[in-house]
Design a protein around this ligand. Structure first.
Ligand code: NAP
Length: 477
């Protein structure tokens, strides 16, 4: 049983099906597949990873309209892939899992859904995503605001923002995209920025070169090699983020130049200048934000928000700005993973108890106390440095090796040891030392336990750690 039909769930279902498994059920709480690309449909949504890279290796798409596709095209792609490779019959939409409980006597999982259904599975694979549960800040008066309040990840498509005064809170990748999009038609955009971000300039609206699609369609082998080269080339990001070098400094210099070249007003530039190194937070990329924030109908507000009133927002300096719509681009509870699902493992241990000091897994995928359960894009996944599609496929192939042994009758249960998990996590935190994420900024990468929930190694280490199971790291029953 696979939980989630986003990038990780689609990949897992595909890999297992290709490995010859026939009894696969994917449970998805949304009304469509695609994960973040289904849930997010705010104005300006795009992916800042080039689409020829941000796609499944097993389902290349030649004819992306843009080099960096918009959210709608990416969501369509996920739906098309599910149909094209024949996964649709195994996916159950609108099916939210509320509980998964390990039954030690029967050596199987009992899975309950929000509709009260009870299902049984030999293995549960959690592909439940990272950036999924919207973070709604507690701000005095927010509940009594007279206009619309919308979180970007639950955008209301009926909300008319043209000609309105719009307050946007947050300046991560989402806030920057939504401000750039809304500014064009709003009467005023008030961008509340608690901590400015470095914003790399890139021509995000660039179209894919004419002719590229027909050549790639005509020569699939060429497309395949190009994808492989792009994947390999993207390894540079892991290098830049995990090791201090001239390459990191060059990208950081480019981030500073992006600001200097586009914002000439010294006061505004000062307000837009972060007090930490570029790349420390998830890097924001935009070709439009600095222009948008300098438009006559836009305002950058760095003063802290004191309260929301029924008609607007008051900042700590006492200024009140009238507002029609409040847009929360305030990010996600990134460390929830499969929660609020109740996951109860061996001896009645719950995932909340097992993770009371923050999420923790062995090589992103196995959790002590939870037999026959794996995560795909779980804790410490390389969300800040390596292709997610690549990582998900690698993890699914690793899991498939355990499932093969189960199918061959060589094991009934498999559970990672506490020792192997502790060693892996200790090594990971030690390896975080020289990473750029550890240079002193507050980001969604940090857990409640003050660890960094990322992958501090390169692609080769990822491949080697997930190439084959190491039996002495597991209890095999
Ligand atoms: P985010 O990076 O976590 O940013 C949240 C923003 O909200 C921050 O600016 C934060 O300020 C602000 N904030 C939170 N609570 C606040 C409060 N009480 N008052 C004022 N401001 C508050 O979230 P995100 O922008 O949604 O992005 C999350 C991740 O999604 C990205 O890092 C990226 O991985 C992914 N994403 C990717 C793309 C893409 O193009 N590939 C697009 C969108 C999102 P502080 O910094 O001060 O905490």
């Amino acid at each position: 049983m696979v939980i989630g039909a986003g990038v990780a769930g689609i990949t897992t279902a595909y890999v297992l099906r290709e490995s010859g498994f026939t009894d696969i059920t994917v449970l998805e709480k949304g009304s469509d597949v695609g994960g973040v690309w289904h849930w997010n449909h705010y104005p300006g949504l795009a992916c800042d990873v080039p689409s020829q890279l941000y796609q499944f290796g097993f389902a290349p798409k030649a004819d992306w309209r843009r080099v960096w596709a918009d959210g709608r095209e990416i969501q369509r792609y996920h739906r098309d892939v599910v149909d094209r490779v024949g996964l649709a019959p195994m996916i159950r939409l609108n099916t939210e899992v509320t509980e998964a409980r390990w039954d030690d006597a029967r050596q199987e999982w009992t899975v309950r859904t929000a509709a009260g259904e009870e299902l049984h599975a030999d293995f549960v694979l959690c592909a439940t995503g990272v950036l999924h549960h919207p973070f709604i800040p507690e701000i005095a008066g927010l509940a009594d605001f007279g206009g619309a309040v919308v979180h970007t990840a639950r955008w209301d498509d009926d909300l008319d923002t043209a000609g309105k005064r719009i307050a946007v809170l947050g300046t991560g990748s989402t806030g920057v995209q939504v401000v750039s999009a809304l500014q064009r038609e709003a009467s005023a955009v008030q961008h509340y920025v608690r901590s400015p971000q470095w914003i790399l300039w890139a021509p995000m609206s660039l179209r894919q070169l004419p002719g590229v699609a027909s050549v790639l369609k005509r020569f699939p082998a060429l497309h395949h090699s190009m994808y492989g080269m792009l994947q390999w080339g993207s390894g540079i990001l892991a290098d830049i983020t995990t090791r201090p070098s001239w390459r990191r400094r060059a990208v950081q210099a480019y981030a500073r130049l992006s600001l200097r070249a586009q914002v000439r007003d010294p006061a505004l530039r000062a307000s837009l200048t972060p007090d930490y190194q570029p790349l420390c937070k998830r890097q924001v990329v935009s070709g439009t934000y600095y222009r948008a924030i300098q438009a006559p109908n836009a305002e950058l507000i760095s003063d802290a928000i004191a309260e929301v009133t029924p008609t607007g927002i008051r900042t700590a300096d006492g200024t009140h700005r009238d507002t029609d719509v409040i847009v929360l681009a305030t990010g996600f509870r990134a460390h929830n993973y499969m929660r609020p699902m109740r996951v109860i493992g061996r001896d009645g241990i719950s995932i909340d108890d097992a993770w009371d000091k923050g999420p923790r897994a062995y090589r992103m995928t196995a959790i002590p106390g939870f037999p026959n359960l794996f995560t795909v894009l779980g804790p410490n996944s390389p969300t800040g440095s390596i292709s997610l599609q690549f990582s998900a496929e690698l993890t699914a192939r690793y899991i498939a090796q355990w499932l093969n042994r189960f199918r061959d009758g060589k094991l009934r249960t498999v559970e990672v040891t506490e020792e192997a998990t502790t060693r892996f996590n200790d090594d990971v935190q030690a390896a975080m030392g020289p990473t750029v994420w550890n240079t002193g900024c507050n980001s969604w990468y940090l857990t409640e336990g003050d660890t960094i929930d990322l992958w501090p190694y390169d692609r080769a280490t990822l491949v080697s750690m997930l190439s084959a199971p190491e039996d002495d790291h597991f209890h095999v029953g």
